[in-house]
Design a protein around this ligand. Structure first.
Ligand code: KG4
Ligand code: ZN
Length: 354
């Protein structure tokens, strides 16, 4: 089933022909406040992120109210900074966009309200962007060519999805996680073994010194042919192992990290290859925060070369949340004639595809 992402046409005139050459986008779905400017050709010319990681680390995870208060503090200065970086003014923008879901409602409201206010003040269109569409299209940024049909793996903190891309807005969900997302599995295991939030990058670093065969953690392939994921069993297996271990021993911690990471990576790589073969699709893409992971990038590169698959990985600085990918997705939509009404609501569970 092919289900387009929700977007509607607004009554505001499409001004691409009247001299404005760029689009400004805001991202505030979780704990990063970000702004970026893309040309209407899809080139990212300015991108800034105000990270709140240090603030939320002391709580061991994101505190929604703290996140939205900080979005308010950072959003306007970021807009000024990206305009200065790009050497542009608000008048050079053909449209304004913001992430409208999925994410934390109170956080989404900050970015969308500011983008709508800018659109209203400048009398330009507004575009509501699906955060997952931002991740999905990010491998096509910065010179990797136009968006084209592929099988995409999105691995973030909140989602793990296999999606068949038929074209812009024509996305078919092939599989998703039944419980934890891959990033969530990294973060939860990291918390259990005393690593700071967010745990994914910490496990990635430690794993480089560890033995991936040291612990035989489960690879949840479900029925072997399924394109669904499940990572909660891995968390439980680590929990049972912990009482036997001395986590003050640096090598033990590294071995545990390498073994957990490999258990996650093997499942991701296997299911991506399976879905590409089943779809008879030679191009595969991988995006989302977990796609920063060095072990995953290496394993994907080696396996895709063996299988004769073309692999596009999101650039490392575009893997974790950023507004560049939102601007890029918005440009694709805008160029196809789409805009959103100023009444467009945020949706914490906004689906990418059915
Ligand atoms: O895409 P993202 O920035 O935010 C969401 O949309 O969720 O993904 C954040 C997730 C976190 O779970 C984080 O631990 C994970 O991406 N992550 C990593 C790495 N860098 C970020 N996981 C494994 N290895 C990494 N290097
Ligand atoms: Zn994300």
């Amino acid at each position: 089933m092919v289900v387009p992402v929700i977007h509607s046409m607004s009554s505001i005139q499409h001004p691409a022909s009247s001299g404005q050459s760029c689009l400004l986008a805001l991202e505030s779905s979780c704990d990063e406040t970000a702004a970026a400017i893309c040309t209407l050709e899809g080139e990212l010319i300015a991108s800034r992120i105000a990270s709140q990681i240090d603030i939320h680390r002391q709580y061991g995870g994101v505190v929604p109210e703290v996140a939205s208060r900080n979005h308010i503090l950072h959003a306007r200065p970021l807009v000024r900074q990206v305009l200065a970086d790009a050497g542009k003014t608000l008048g050079d923008m053909a449209a304004f966009a913001a992430t409208s879901g999925p994410g934390l409602v109170s956080s989404l409201l900050i970015g969308t309200s500011l983008a709508k206010a800018l659109a209203l003040a400048e009398n330009k269109p507004f575009l509501a962007v699906n955060h997952m569409e931002g991740h999905l299209l990010s491998p096509f940024m910065n010179g990797t060519g136009p968006v084209r049909p592929c099988v995409a793996l999105i691995v973030s903190g909140g989602h793990t999805m296999l999606v068949r891309v038929h074209g812009i807005g024509r996305y078919e969900l092939l599989g998703r996680t039944r419980d934890d997302a891959a990033g969530e599995a990294f973060d939860k295991v990291a918390k259990m073994i005393g690593l700071p939030y967010p745990g994914g990058p910490e496990i990635d670093k430690l794993a480089r010194q560890g033995d991936p065969q040291a612990f035989a953690f489960p690879r949840s392939f479900l029925d072997g042919r399924s394109l669904e994921f499940s990572f909660s069993g891995l968390k439980t297996a680590v929990l049972y192992e912990l009482p036997k271990l001395d986590l003050k021993n640096a090598q033990t911690l590294a071995d545990l990290s390498a073994s957990v990471q490999t258990a996650i990576i093997e499942v991701l790589v296997e299911k991506l290859v399976l879905s590409a073969k089943r779809s008879d699709e030679p191009l595969v893409t991988v995006s989302g925060g977990v796609s920063c992971n060095r072990g995953l990038r290496d394993a994907l590169t080696a396996r895709c070369a063996r299988e004769g698959l073309q692999l596009l990985l999101a650039r490392p600085d575009l893997c974790t949340d950023n507004a560049g990918m939102i601007a890029f997705a918005a440009v694709q939509r805008f160029n196809a004639g789409h805009t959103s009404p100023l009444e467009a609501d945020v949706d914490p569970n906004l689906p990418l595809a059915g």
